[in-house]
Design a protein around this ligand. Structure first.
Ligand code: KIV
Ligand code: NA
Length: 270
């Protein structure tokens, strides 16, 4: 397998082959996920909850993101990995100015990321353009954006009413125009994410709780392995139950995303 690149991701997107993504926070799981065939690994700021025991992603620092990105990157280099490595810009690290975002993104790129992800639409478009113009690939993130959970009033489905859906569509188109090559859609109605996907030829949509109509899927690794304290979000499938090993579970996830059997409609009531 050849290392995944932006052109390769664009090719997958154009061909209609589903793109697979999982979170990774450490060297060993990163290498296992890569060997299991996951195309994109996301050092998500969900590591705040998964690794640090924080109540939300709001408390995650840039230094924590840098540390985990470096660990994941090292794990990948050890095994001549192929995965495309995305790292989250944490809360407060890109909000002040495009220059602040560049400074933060530089730290993650130098830790081994190939792309950075940031949350939100509207005000973020100039920042995305600023980073992309300077050679930093960007993944956007709309719908339920966990860093703004306190403003949103909880972890709930977004874009449900006409006004919300229209705003989401406008933000998505602006982000594509700004040069975002990927867009995570989290907890968005399936019909909306499917129609957005068709309207974004240059920006691959990656869904989580957004139905099956996106260009790809992402899950939190620990959730899909059934390793967590609380109850899983409704859109998660436990792949460990069927597979019996971590490697097997991740391979089953890749197969299920590729053949369209994950997510199924039962996992997605909105
Ligand atoms: O931090 C994270 O894990 C994420 C994904 C759920 C998209 O942003
Ligand atoms: Na995140």
């Amino acid at each position: 397998r050849k290392p995944i690149s932006l052109p390769r991701l664009a090719q997958l997107h154009a061909s209609g082959e589903k793109i697979t993504m999982l979170t990774a926070y450490d060297a060993t799981f990163a290498a296992v996920a890569d060997a299991a065939g996951v195309e994109c690994l996301l050092v998500g700021d969900s590591l705040g909850m998964v690794c640090q025991g924080l109540p939300s992603t709001v408390g995650v620092s840039l230094e924590a993101m840098r540390y985990h990105t470096e660990s994941v990157s090292r794990g990948l280099h050890k095994v001549q990995a192929t995965a495309w490595l995305i790292a989250d810009l944490p809360f407060g690290s890109y909000h002040q100015s495009p220059e602040q975002a560049l400074h933060s993104a530089t730290a993650l790129m130098q830790a081994g990321a190939h792309m950075v992800k940031l949350e939100g639409g509207g005000w973020t478009a100039p920042t995305v353009r600023f980073l992309v113009e300077r050679g930093i690939p960007v993944c956007a993130h709309l719908g339920l954006t966990p860093q703004t959970v306190h403003a949103l009033g909880g972890y709930r489905v977004q874009g449900r009413d006409d006004a919300g859906a229209e705003q989401l569509r406008r933000h998505a188109l602006e982000l594509q125009d700004a040069g975002a090559a990927m867009l995570v859609l989290e907890m968005v109605p399936a019909a909306l994410s499917a129609s957005l996907t068709a309207e974004l030829p240059r920006c691959a949509t990656i869904g989580i709780g957004a139905g099956r109509g996106t260009a790809g899927q992402v899950l939190v690794l620990h959730d899909m392995l059934g390793v967590n304290l609380g109850k899983n979000p409704k859109f998660v499938r436990n792949f460990m139950q069927e597979a019996g090993s971590v490697r097997g579970a991740i391979e089953a996830y890749v197969r299920a995303v590729k053949d369209g059997s994950f997510p199924d409609d039962a996992l997605h009531a909105w």
